[in-house]
Design a binder for this molecule. Sequence first.
Ligand code: PEP
Length: 249
Amino acid sequence: MRSKIVAGNWKMNKNLAETESLLTELSAKLPDTSAEVMVAPTYINLMEAVRHLESSAIEVIAQNMHFAQNGAYTGEISADMLLNIGVETVIIGHSERRAYFGETDAILAKKVKTALSKSMRSIFCFGEELEDRKADTHFNVVEKQLKNALFSLNANDWSKIVLAYEPVWAIGTGETASPEQAQEMHAFVRKTIAEAYNDDIAANVSILYGGSVKPANAKEIFSKPDVDGGLIGGAALAADDFVAIIKAI
Ligand code: PEP
């Protein structure tokens, strides 16, 4: 059975004191939910976040990691370093990593393989740009991203994969894909996985939607049958908004 997930990607926001304060508020306000709740603070505050949430149901996850085991990769963080501080899930392929840090499908495929080799869970992000949607090539673009990065995985590997459909034109822009557009793409992704693997894998993979999810639109987006939750950027930075989104699932 696939799980419902609400994950907050804090990006390059919140210093240590602000991280502690947001986590304290979130823990205090966390509603009863069957969904998995995750937060991704910046690297430098991950260890403190893990400590802070030791007895909480909220999971601390990473925003990125390198594909290499270790070595001369100045400024990078390895899977083992994350596991060593208790972080077992990592976001891979966020559109900002693709756009600003040159992360190609080939690099992302390596990152996913490394995560799997360490039994880490990946939240793999994909999604089309505005021009792709205007040109009506968004399904092709998404299919290619998934094929290039994920379709050489073994069937068993998929239990460690969560997908996040994030149309680039909807990230941080205030533009949201309509619930129908999200559903249409999520159903397409499930069909594509069923064709490449089988119905079981397609039915069991959680597919999150990300792109300007707010308390005001979360319920309608989450009501769609193939939407299993959200990857939340801006609205994850305020406890009340994030809690309202969790309540919407
Ligand atoms: C994101 O960056 O993953 C995201 C969905 O951001 P926002 O919610 O701010 O659009």
